[in-house]
Design a protein around this ligand. Structure first.
Ligand code: HEM
Length: 452
């Protein structure tokens, strides 16, 4: 205690030097990247891989030198930790959803029909995925250098196999395949050093994102043991989401009388205009300057628009983070359901104006980082995106990413009477994914030095 009786307890200091860059560090913009998945067939080789990756991850720490802005994040599935020989009592201390893996959670997550694990891209969801690497860099030349270092880490290790690679990128505009700028709404995290983008929201307690620190409940989140393994780690969700851009454009064209009408319908479904400008701040027309301004484009709440006349309560961004809109409902604390997102595009964009499907695979590699798989990622996906009970529309799912099967509907509140869009088809198909754990740097060393 210091001498001042009114002083508040000090916040624990986040050990930024031990936390992998991927969780808290903003990616450069634009960037190119690659996701690599590896299988460990031999325990000793797996540990050697981790030993070799450690300095690559370490060198990705935030740096003031822009030439340095290329890094690797490493994460392990439950099967991966098992393959490394992590003792059973430690494996048992991980979150149950992580232990089950994403494929086993498919029914719950709405990954059914075309999106079900039976149709996933090999090897996603098979249990063969042990290590996930993300390499991120502002340009192709630097990416190649980082990838080369990663290659040296796993090549000539007979017991480790590269089983999947997915290239990805972020356009200079930040727009993804449906045409919308993404990656705007992120929570601020206490102690991260990254300034909040929404001055109307208090930063989240660090324990919401990084294990080993108090979270919003004032408690330490359940953390895998031993401490050296869990501390400064975070759970990571990785999903390859194919987007049906032509079907989406067709849908808008069939329901709007003009191009402006299509843009408005698209914005109503998403909650933001394509430029990133939020409907909450500019409900009638897009404002490209606002969309591009990081000091303003996330500076809003929904409290002055309870019925959703400006931004529909069922739109994607408002469902995914209702901000202050659920405050009247004491049973839901929105702050317990936030997440860090690192979405990236894969596949070429469908050229502007094209309405016919060209058969090319394109979409988003969705990445979540947070301390609570169940009450953050799974809650948002199941209760808010794939269900409408919380907004008083039980039959409605997210109009863009909900598991709509051709009979989905979406309500746009407006006067004199609301508009209801019907026959929503699925615009997003899950191609696969994994639940991972991204350990801190000390934990990586611990994994490399295991002697079981
Ligand atoms: C192909 C699938 C998806 C697309 C195209 C998509 C697109 C977008 C876009 C354009 C935004 C608005 C820009 C922003 O605030 O960053 C957004 C926001 C958001 N999305 Fe998604 N998204 C997808 C999947 C998901 C999934 C699976 C989740 C979570 C389970 C999710 C959670 C969120 C959250 C939390 C926000 C921020 C809301 C806010 O803070 O205002 N999204 N998404």
């Amino acid at each position: 205690m210091d001498g001042n009786p009114t002083a508040l307890p000090r916040e624990p200091v986040l050990e930024l030097d031990d936390i992998q860059s991927g969780a808290l560090h903003e990616r450069p913009s634009p960037y190119v990247g690659a996701y690599l998945l590896l299988r460990i067939d031999d325990r000793a080789a797996g540990r050697e891989l981790v030993r070799r990756l450690h300095p690559l991850v370490d060198s990705g720490r935030p740096s003031a030198d822009p030439a340095h802005d290329a890094w690797i994040t490493v994460a392990f599935t439950y099967q991966g930790l098992k393959a490394l020989g992590v003792p059973q009592d430690s494996l048992d201390s991980f979150a149950p959803e992580f232990r089950q893996g994403m494929a086993a959670r498919a029914a719950e997550l709405g990954d059914v029909g075309e999106s079900s694990p039976a149709n996933w891209e090999h090897p996603l969801g098979t249990g063969e995925v042990h290590v996930a690497l993300a390499a991120i860099s502002p340009d192709a030349a630097r990416l190649e250098r980082v990838l080369d270092r990663a290659r040296r880490a796993h090549q000539e290790l007979p017991g480790v196999e590269l089983i999947w690679r997915q290239d990805c990128y972020q356009l200079p505009t930040g727009r993804t395949s449906f045409g919308f700028k993404d990656g705007i709404g992120q929570p601020a995290v206490e102690g991260s050093g990254i300034p909040p983008t929404n001055p109307k929201e208090r930063p989240l307690k660090a324990g919401e994102i990084i294990l080993g620190y108090p979270d919003e409940t004032g408690e330490l989140p359940p953390m895998p043991s031993p401490d050296v393994l869990g501390h400064n780690g975070t759970y990571v969700v990785f999903r390859k989401l194919h987007t049906r851009v032509a079907a989406y454009r067709h849908y808008l064209r069939a329901r709007a009388a003009s191009r402006e009408g299509e843009a408005l319908l698209g914005a109503k479904m998403l909650g933001r205009w394509q430029s990133g400008a939020p409907l909450a701040l500019t409900p009638e027309r897009d404002d490209a300057e606002l969309g591009a301004d990081p000091r303003r484009n996330n500076d809003f709440l929904y409290g002055d628009d309870p019925r959703g006349f400006k931004c529909p309560v069922g739109s994607h961004a408002r469902r995914a983070n209702p901000r202050d809109a659920l405050e009247h409902d004491g049973s839901v604390d929105v702050r317990l359901h936030r997440m860090i997102r690192r979405g990236t595009s894969y596949g070429p964009m469908l050229p502007e104006g094209v309405l016919d499907d060209d058969g090319v695979d394109r979409g988003i590699i969705f990445v979540f980082a947070g301390a609570h798989l169940r009450r953050q990622f799974e809650f948002v996906k199941t209760q808010w995106l794939n269900d409408g009970i919380f907004i008083g529309a039980p039959a409605e799912k997210d109009p863009i990413i909900g598991s709509n099967g051709g009979s989905g509907s979406f309500t746009i509140p407006q006067r004199p009477i609301r508009r209801r869009l019907t026959e929503l088809p699925p615009f997003v198909v899950t191609r696969g994914g994994e639940y991972c754990f991204a350990p801190g740097l000390r934990a990586l060393r611990w994994l490399a030095e295991l002697e079981t």
